[in-house]
Design a protein around this ligand. Structure first.
Ligand code: CUA
Length: 448
């Protein structure tokens, strides 16, 4: 019985070695569809379970078959991927909108800037078992690797399982059958099942190491964007000083992120880019990607960082439930639009009336994650009816809520803290322009 298992396992190894060495061939020929299509034959032939799941992945990776709506969206999503330019974005938006994916707002307010319209579009990834389709050229190798290893593992799992079940049944105890003697040693067999797996894993290591080096080495010539994370917001600072809590990047150009945190560990995670990198206070970490297709993609914090971790950089909070209606996103711009964004955003920021600028800062800097404007308390006190009142401080004294109090609380939040709230607000010293501070004051004043 033992020898039979060994024999069949060896046969399985030989077959797998054949399919493994065949994998890289289709990869370079067609980089984008490679992960899906490369995985399909192997997984399909090996496993009934993987086989039935694969057609969905093959036709349109991001979509599952959970709902009819998603199915139809997936169907029309495929041609979109083909037209990789400015026209891709609206098409994808209309394809995705019927699903009403969570965490997306579909109706932007009137008069909203064109780049915020893009940021408010539904994200182009759907939650399924499979990874969303990659839009980072540097991710193709790791995707191929992932699906190859997945297919290999699925193949061996089911091959061995089937053999074990078959042999257990074939050599079961029956009257009239005596146990047969087992051979203790077989040189040829043992060399085979040592050498072939060794070749497979050495190949996997070499390929993985090569693509890892590629992923951690940003190109010299890249668009550099500073990333500052804190509880609970992102701030992306571009070369011309424009800051935003959505990440806007150009397509077809390498983008390098220089990241640090104001307080605790966070993690920058853009699933469609296959980029996940820890962000550490008091040091810089880096990430880069080369976005291949304009669109709006998911961005999330992947390191638990406290109360509102799940809502990090929430742009739109539901007033009643406190749920996040839209989180910060990655907007990949068609050629030329990124430059337009930088210019338009800069002029927008400086030309707003103070009250509106303050409202924008309140939303964009993540104040809304902790401070409501509807009277309900969250991590911090609400701003509603707050202006001009006499407020009680932690040390028992009282102070009038005025311009000076707001300015001091922005620069040294713990200096005159109110009782009953955790000391979790970071200082905004050096991170707000004078006009923005005045804007916040005007905004809070408007809520009295
Ligand atoms: Cu920031 Cu979790």
């Amino acid at each position: 019985m033992k020898s039979m298992i060994h024999c069949l396992v060896t046969v399985a190894l030989v077959v797998a070695a054949g399919s493994a060495s065949a994998q890289p061939a289709p990869g370079p020929a067609a980089p984008a569809p490679a992960p899906g299509s490369a995985a399909t034959p192997t997984a399909g032939s090996a496993t009934p379970a993987a086989g039935s799941a694969t057609p969905a992945a093959g036709s349109a990776t991001p979509a599952g078959s959970a709902t009819p709506a998603e199915g139809s969206a997936a169907g029309s999503a495929t041609p979109t991927a083909g037209s990789a330019d400015g026209s891709a974005a609206p098409a994808a938006g209309s394809a995705a909108s019927p699903t009403g994916a969570p965490g997306t707002a579909t109706k932007p307010a009137a008069g909203i800037a064109w780049y915020d319209v893009l940021a408010n579009k539904p994200i182009e990834e759907k939650g399924t078992f499979w990874m969303p389709k990659s839009v980072n050229s540097a991710a193709d190798d790791s995707d191929l690797m992932f699906y190859s290893v997945l297919a290999l593992s699925a193949f061996f799992f089911f091959a061995i399982l089937i053999v074990v079940i078959y042999l257990t049944w074939k050599y079961r105890h029956r009257p009239g059958h005596k146990p047969q003697p087992s051979p203790a040693h077989h040189d040829a067999l043992e060399i085979t099942w040592t050498v072939i797996p060794t070749i497979i894993v050495v190949f996997l290591f070499w390929y993985g190491w090569r693509s890892y080096i590629h992923v951690v080495t940003p190109p010299q010539k890249a668009v550099e964007i500073q990333v500052l994370a804190w509880r609970w917001n992102w701030q992306f600072t571009h070369a011309n000083g424009v800051t935003d809590s959505d990440l806007h990047v150009p397509a077809g150009v390498p983008v390098r992120l220089v990241m640090t945190s104001k307080d605790v560990l966070h993690s920058f995670y853009a699933p469609a880019m296959r980029v996940k990198q820890d962000i550490v206070p008091r040091r810089y970490t880096y990430a880069w990607f080369l976005a291949t297709k304009p669109g709006t993609y998911r961005l999330t914090c992947a390191e638990y960082c406290g109360t509102s971790h799940a809502q990090m950089a929430c742009q739109d909070v539901d007033k009643h439930t406190g749920a996040c209606l839209r989180r910060a996103v990655v907007v990949v711009h068609a050629p030329g639009d990124y430059e337009r964004y930088l210019a338009d955003k800069q002029s927008e920021m400086m030309n707003l009336p103070p009250e509106q600028l303050g409202k924008m800062v309140y939303e964009k800097k993540g104040c809304n994650a902790c401070h409501t404007i509807d009277g309900s308390a969250r991590v911090g006190p609400t701003f509603q009816h707050d202006w001009g009142t006499s407020i009680k401080l932690s040390d028992g004294s009282t102070i009038t809520m005025d311009e000076n109090y707001i300015r001091e609380s922005l620069m040294s939040p713990q200096a005159k803290a109110r009782p009953g709230y955790p000391p979790s607000m970071p200082s905004f010293q050096g991170q707000l322009k004078e006009k923005e501070i005045e804007g916040i004051i005007a905004f809070i004043k408007s809520l009295k």
